[in-house]
Design a protein around this ligand. Sequence first.
Ligand code: ASP
Length: 336
Amino acid sequence: MLRNLLIAALGAALAACASAPTEETPAMPDWSIAIHGGAGVITRDNLSPDQEAAYTAALETALQAGAQILEAGGSALDAVEAAVVVMEDDPLFNSGYGAVMTAAGTHELDASIMVGDGRDAGAVAGVTTTKNPIRLARAVMEQSEHVMFAGPGADAFSAAHGLEQVDNSYFTTERRKRALERVLESRARTAADRHGTVGAVALDRSGTLAAATSTGGMTAKAPGRVGDSPLIGAATYAQNGVCAVSATGHGEYFIRVGVARTICSRIELAGDSLEGAAETALGEVAALGGDGGVIVMGGDGEVAFVFNSEGMYRGRAAPGVLETAIFAEEAETAGE
Ligand code: ASP
């Protein structure tokens, strides 16, 4: 059955948008998951109906992967990892297979994951041979005494811990090669060249929140450049009873604002609503000149999608609900 996802404008100043829960959505679902596949200039003019259908199907597949785990009583951590792995394996998104290329024509991948119970976290930056960087971020969290590995040390940790290894060329697609050539030739990035990161937030039946984010970064980024996606507190945060956040956007600005931690702090300390906290953080990003979006989940599984770009690939699921949306002004939805 099709449902409408309510989209509410959150203020012309920010040009931010958020979705409100549908009337059918229980106020306190016993599990909940939300995902994003990047924010940016995504309008009906620059996305064909075929592309729209492909993104919608991909978002639904990712949501279902997480939802199945949660419905079976699995953990929020397993759910966000599973949803992100689906998007890492899908070349539509800028993460894993199909990630954007550095100026040197290679791939350097960033990812982070956090669980709200105990606030354990793991992150990796600039990894080159791990098929699913989000799995490596989780391995860092669970199998090392550290929170973050970068570069060759991260690749070595990955191989030593038995994660699936691939040649760097595995991540390359024609679409990303063409984008790199265009950016190197024009010496300018379009908004699309700066976006496409994937992420997920979830609440499981035990009340634990988790968040995960994975990206290839920006097209033609300088080798060694690290964005916000692997930084706990910038793109990713989870704290039980407060919120879980995954962000996407122009990373330099998200790092400087500390977007994910700012949102959770405002909810925890200032009593902001999910939308209010996200609006404030993205307002700071916009004031500095950046754009992007966030998915935010409250301690009770409520979800907010807030972005100051022209669209964000996004979706959510809860018992009896499965919805996706792409454009700012309208949402495609699918339910059961
Ligand atoms: N935040 C990512 C970065 O700056 C890009 C994105 O979200 O698409 O690396």
